[in-house]
Design a protein around this ligand. Structure first.
Ligand SMILES: [Fe+2]
Length: 477
């Protein structure tokens, strides 16, 4: 009963706060364009199904599956005075590849309640009665099904093979709390691990585990303060790693009419936690770290002396200035060591140039690894957001060297995902989207990871610009 009362109070308070926030938002106005609604970020206005796709070079015959990518793409007009890049309606993009051919491209809005209404459709099924907000941050294959996912509260959304919304679906009702945009599959167990938080709960986050079929088998609470925005996590053979960093829920921001209520908080203790995978909050071991923010780690693993290593892209700050999207803080690729028996994270800069979206051969999750691939994120052209550079990086962590693949002037890559071909760590392809601002088009580029600086082995040309989004994955057929 206590939890019912607590829920009722929370619901009442939250609806009151949201009412004030709505009034504050309605009073806001803005002069000039919103950087995440114009230029390279101008949303797509229609859903396309394209089957006659132009290919340059060749598509490797072994590639059989779908490249899926998702990002924000508001369906209706939004108030530019209060819009934040991270809260836009979700749009999924997909290319089906097989037999050396590009079989189709599709883009579809994720049918949140608002999107269905804007499109004049009945609401998508929601058999478990969960939130009807959008999912815009990651798109993954789990248990042979396709899921659009997001952090902080909205439910996962199940999509068909062809990206139609099937249902708003918290993993067939097995998810009690919220989910994340960043589950990590342990190749040894088939389980997907995540750290999840809720926008309306400030003192708890959860270690959430799915089995290989996509059913939630663990939601273990972890005590935190201030409602930290924990975007991603990593795992090692024995631990889950919790990145509890100083971007936290801000009631003042929400009441001020900004619907993305997370801000840099110097009062919040920056720390990284290790919890045994089957442990509890009582088993947490916390390491202090200098204040910074991490959206995304690369891999993590344990060393022979019991220390834990996690590689991350660390930003000096985040959400300290402005309310439109990520601010212009510096980022670097770093190796963090959590020393056995220690209490402080040891930080080493691997590469001080700005970058984001680190990926690696995910068959090596939890194991020592050699190569990480990052999207460069220097911003010489004053393009807003993270997708402004023309380069990808391949880091050789053993040799301490870096290769650069430059797509050329005005051609902007997003996140590239590694697709294995053989057993070798860089024996495979890197697949991702490149926006060409010279003619407002996009291509799917396929690079040979072992021959990183060579031109793509194949590209699929799309006759339109796909706005920069967040994450993409290869889902094998
Ligand atoms: Fe992310």
């Amino acid at each position: 009963m206590a939890s019912v009362i607590e829920k009722t109070i929370r619901k009442t308070v939250t609806s009151g706060i949201l009412g004030v926030a709505k009034v504050s938002a309605a009073l806001k106005s803005r002069e000039g364009d919103h950087p995440y609604l114009t230029g390279i970020h101008k949303p797509m206005a229609e859903e396309l199904t394209l089957t006659e796709l132009e290919v340059e070079g060749s598509i490797p015959a072994e590639l059989d599956g779908r490249y899926l990518r998702i990002g924000p793409n508001p369906v209706a007009e939004v108030n530019p005075a209060t819009h934040h890049w991270f809260i836009g309606d979700g749009m999924a993009h997909g290319l089906k590849i097989g037999g050396g051919k590009a079989l189709w491209y599709r883009n579809r809005w994720i049918r949140s309640e608002a999107v269905s209404k804007a499109l004049g459709e009945p609401p998508a099924p929601s058999p478990h009665g969960r939130e009807r907000g959008t999912a815009n941050t990651n798109i993954v294959g789990i248990g042979g099904r396709t899921w659009a996912i997001i952090e902080a509260g909205n439910s996962p959304v199940e999509l068909s093979e062809e990206l139609e919304t099937l249902s708003i679906n918290p993993f067939d009702g097995s998810l009690q709390n919220s989910y994340t945009a960043h589950p990590h599959l342990d190749p040894a167990t088939g389980e997907s691990h995540a750290i999840c938080y809720r926008g309306d709960v400030q003192d708890t986050v959860w270690h959430t585990v799915l089995d290989s079929a996509g059913k939630v088998i663990r939601e273990e609470p972890i005590t935190v303060a201030h409602g930290p925005s924990i975007h991603d996590c990593q795992i090692t053979e024995n631990y889950v790693i919790v990145l509890d960093l100083p971007v936290t829920f801000s009631m003042k921001t929400l009441m001020g009419g900004h619907p993305f209520p997370y801000r840099w908080n110097p009062e919040h203790r920056a720390r990284v936690g290790l919890m045994p995978r089957t442990g509890t909050n009582a088993d947490m071991h916390w390491f202090d770290v200098e204040p910074c923010y991490v959206f995304h780690p690369a891999n993590a693993f344990e060393t022979e002396d019991g220390s834990v290593i996690i590689d991350v892209v660390a930003h000096d700050k985040m959400f300290d200035d402005g309310h439109d999207g990520p601010d212009g803080s510096r980022s670097a690729f770093e190796r963090w060591t959590l020393p056995a028996g220690g209490t402080k994270v040891q930080r080493t800069v691997v590469d001080g140039e700005m970058q984001e979206f680190p990926r690696y051969d995910e068959r090596r999750t939890c194991k020592p690894y050699r190569y990480a691939y990052c999207m460069a994120a220097e911003n010489p052209h004053d393009i807003p957001g993270l997708i402004a550079d023309t380069r990808l990086f391949k880091h050789d962590l053993d040799a301490g060297t870096r290769e650069v693949h430059d797509f050329g002037p005005h051609r902007h890559p997003g996140e590239f995902v590694f697709v294995p071909r053989g057993d070798g760590e860089d024996e495979g392809w890197l697949v991702g989207l490149v926006i060409d601002m010279t003619d407002d088009t996009t291509e799917l580029a396929i690079l040979d990871a072992a021959n990183f600086t060579a031109p793509p082995v194949g590209t699929v040309r799309l006759p339109h610009r796909i706005p920069p989004g967040f994450h993409g994955n290869w889902v094998a057929g």
